[in-house]
Write a protein that binds this ligand. Structure first.
Ligand code: GH3
Ligand code: MG
Ligand code: MG
Length: 333
């Protein structure tokens, strides 16, 4: 360059083209983890931030169709692969959350947990896949950017746990029970299926507390909660209803089926052989009231709770450590 030549700033003119390769260089240094696939799903860019996130150096993936290996243990497409291959219908099965940006055609976003085999730590990633089209509207490449949302996701899970779980036993709390009972009532109504409820109360628990102290009592409640939960199917819900009382929602279960579950729970608790001296059985037992309803629009779930409570009351009066079923006179069954 001689002294008469003027050095032009890079983007001085509105029409100036950036030098070839600048865009790639920019992407490479971008602090947002980014990779780019070409139309045949081959990795053509894997930036430094992506190397840091995945623990996989660019030279290992560049040119391959194996971007997925950096994120998952077993073979599955990345979001960019799905966009290139026109397989966006598979997104809902592969991601926990997903959506489309309304202002960018073909752009997809999605979120899910990733194994991150090389980084050695499971992360919750939010990903965006943006296609680049040629003048004829064909996809020539897809840029995938990734955001590590693990901390936010964990905070959200903790908040949800706090809102729905009982701190002592880890079971569903009363609020979660109320919401679930309402939802299951609506479902039973739609599907015309029975809905059963068990109310489980620890017998002579005050005596247990008196003998072993409040901390011993807490430990006992945790053991009982574990015993009750061990008898549940996938769609059942067991909650700590309050104090030493538990409630079990059994969707699509007849009174006969509910009685079988109740008896199994009663036996399971008895078999824990937690000593409660001075009681008839000399060990911790539970009494259980069972009720079943065929949901009807003129009834509401609180009647089911009241009926199961009445049955529990009878079980207590008949001597405890037993189950009692709804009677016709109680109305709901
Ligand atoms: P019953 O057989 O009639 O049910 O007698 P009970 O002694 O179990 O019933 P009662 O209602 O008289 O006493 C319940 C006891 O449960 C009293 C209360 O201190 C205890 N309790 C309630 N919640 C907790 C808890 O979270 N931890 C402990 N350790 N005790 C609790
Ligand atoms: Mg009790
Ligand atoms: Mg009680």
């Amino acid at each position: 360059m001689n002294s008469t030549q003027k050095v032009q700033p890079l983007m001085d003119s509105p029409h100036a083209e950036p030098p070839a390769g600048l865009a790639f260089r920019l992407l490479e240094l971008l602090v947002i983890p980014t990779f780019v696939l070409d139309a045949r799903c081959r990795v053509i860019l894997w930036n430094r931030a992506c190397e840091r996130l995945t623990g996989v150096p660019a030279f290992e993936v560049l040119g391959s169709c194996d971007a997925w290996r950096s994120f998952y243990q077993s073979a599955r497409p990345t979001l960019a692969d799905l966009v290139i291959q026109g397989r966006t219908g598979e997104v809902p099965q592969l991601y926990d959350q997903h959506g489309r940006a309304c202002d960018a055609p073909g752009h997809l976003n999605a979120e899910s947990w990733c194994d991150m085999p090389r980084a050695g730590r499971r992360r919750y990633l939010a990903v965006d896949a943006s296609p680049i089209y040629d003048s004829e509207g064909r996809i020539v490449a897809v840029v995938e950017t990734l955001r590590d949302m693990t901390e936010e996701k964990q905070a959200q899970i903790s908040l949800e746990q706090l809102a729905t779980r009982d701190g002592l036993t880890g079971l569903a709390n009363r609020r979660c029970f109320d919401d679930t009972l309402h939802a299951e009532w609506q479902r039973a109504l739609r599907q015309q299926q029975p809905l059963s409820l068990l109310m489980v109360d620890v017998d002579n628990f005050k005596q247990y507390n008196d003998a072993y102290g409040h901390v011993g009592g807490d430990d006992c409640l945790q053991r009982i909660a574990g015993a009750v939960a061990s008898e549940m199917r996938a769609n059942d819900l067991v909650a700590r209803y309050g104090g030493e009382e538990f409630a079990v929602i059994l969707p699509n279960q007849s009174l006969k089926g509910a009685a079988i579950v109740a008896e199994r729970i009663r036996c399971r608790v008895e078999q824990l052989h937690l000593p409660n001296t001075g009681t008839a059985k000399q060990c911790v037992t539970v009494s259980i009231g069972a009720a079943t309803a065929l949901a009807a629009p003129e009834n509401d779930p609180s009647q089911l709770v009241a009926t199961a409570d009445a049955a529990l009351y009878r079980a207590k009066h008949m001597g405890r450590n037993r189950i009692s079923l709804t009677r016709e006179a109680d109305g709901v069954a």
